[in-house]
Design a protein around this ligand. Sequence first.
Ligand SMILES: [Fe+2]
Ligand SMILES: [Fe+2]
Length: 371
Amino acid sequence: MAGINHEAALSDFHASLRKDSLGPLWTDLPHMITREPDHDVEPYLWKWETIRNHVLRAGELLKPGKDSERRVVYLQNPSLLKKGLIGYGTYTLYAGIQLLQPGEQAPPHIHSQGAIRLIIEGKGAYTSVNGEKINMDPGDLVLTPPYTWHEHGHEGAEPVLWMDGLDVGLVKSFAGSFFQPYDGDSYPLTKPANYSSYQFSAPGLMPVDENAQPGYPSPLLNYRWVDTERALGTMAQGSPDVVKLNPHDGYAVKYVNPTTGGPADARIGSMMQKIPAGIHLQAHRHVHSAIYHVVRGTGYTVIDGKKFEWSQGDFFILPPWTWHEHVNTGDTEAFLFSIDDTHVLQVLGLERQEAYTDNGGYQEVTSIFHP
Ligand SMILES: [Fe+2]
Ligand SMILES: [Fe+2]
């Protein structure tokens, strides 16, 4: 079968297949089934000062509910914009920074995307979810699960900024996006304010409700910073010397749905890490991707050999299957918040994790990132 004639015949055959919208798997298999994850997601980092200035400028130019459904400046990963993917931080995850000024309201709507909010600065804003008003204080995580009516309002006296995290790319890849505005200015309040956090105020305890079914959406909608910080502090105190820190994540907690033990949102994972002063964690990689926000502290993360220096407020992208290690260079503890797609990958049987074993678990830094 060898020879020039055969090669020419095969080449003609491939062309004829393409013409009929067919393809030869014997040549294209490596494009479809790669030996390891193959992707176009590059890491990136945004400085908080840059983001904040733009968000405040949006505050001068636009009013929520009037010129904009939501006044949000989103993180656009440049490597995915090249692929025409607008609003993508990673293939699955989106993050934006929303601003609400005193007296403003962002109108009620529902959508099929899940959303989490991590409050960055300012007091007095609230989110209402299916008729429950929830206070938003710095460091709190507030959920607006898929298909729940939600709106934002502000009864305080200073600008409030928060991170929105949505599974925009994931939902889009399944063509599962639905959105609907509410027919009215405000969705009626039907529960006491902060009802869910009062019901679930003690760790490990939850109210007895014969009619409750474990599942989604989570009945707990607000994970208060005071509880998160206490949990991380308790972990640090309770860890014997032999256990020390998780070598890759430091002291870390996941936000969970109390009825399932699974992630707080059905699809968007969320985690808070505490890295003690001066600690250099070891590198690992996993299939799940993440978007990080620096709640507090100073340090850097090495991602596939490149150093991403961060300080309070910054955001950075962790692509799938990339080596990464976090370092706290400050003299106080650092807190890193992140959203991820771990749970979806686990349900699909796709998650894998690997520790970096060369050089004691530390990568060689070959370059430094500049935005
Ligand atoms: Fe929304
Ligand atoms: Fe990691």
